[in-house]
Write a protein that binds this ligand. Structure first.
Ligand code: NI
Length: 128
């Protein structure tokens, strides 16, 4: 059997050219591990049936929630429970690692110009 691939999420995130466009870096059972480079405000949405884990690799991420907001610095993570409306905001450039079920839609229950399909998220990094 080939040896398992070693991935450096921080390096993959730093190499991304498009903001708010997650890329899959690993698969764990029925979940994807993704990285993203973000800056600015995303969009309010919810994932009715799926939890979503955010881990900050670099920078600061604020996640606005209906009852307030949580702020994550490097090395900190939060799990947004299924059905919870949330809006990620990065006031400075931020690099993220995400863990989501394979079926989780990027912008959840809404479609915006920022929505990226799972196929787009599976594109090799470094390609066009
Ligand atoms: Ni989400």
């Amino acid at each position: 059997m080939p040896l398992p691939a070693v991935v450096t999420p921080a390096d993959v995130a730093a190499s991304l050219t498009e903001l708010w466009s997650p890329r899959v870096v690993a698969e764990v059972d029925d979940a994807y591990v993704k990285v993203a480079r973000v800056h600015g405000t995303f969009t309010w949405h919810a994932h009715p049936d799926e939890d979503e884990l955010f881990l900050v690799l670099r920078g600061t991420l604020e996640i606005e929630l209906e009852g307030g907001a949580v702020t994550l610095g490097p090395g900190q993570l939060v799990v947004i429970p299924k059905g919870t409306r949330h809006n990620p905001v990065a006031r400075e450039e931020c690099h993220l690692l995400l863990i989501e079920r394979r079926s989780t839609l990027h912008t959840g229950d809404v479609v915006t110009a920022q929505t990226r399909s799972i196929a787009e998220q599976l594109r090799p990094v470094g390609g066009a």
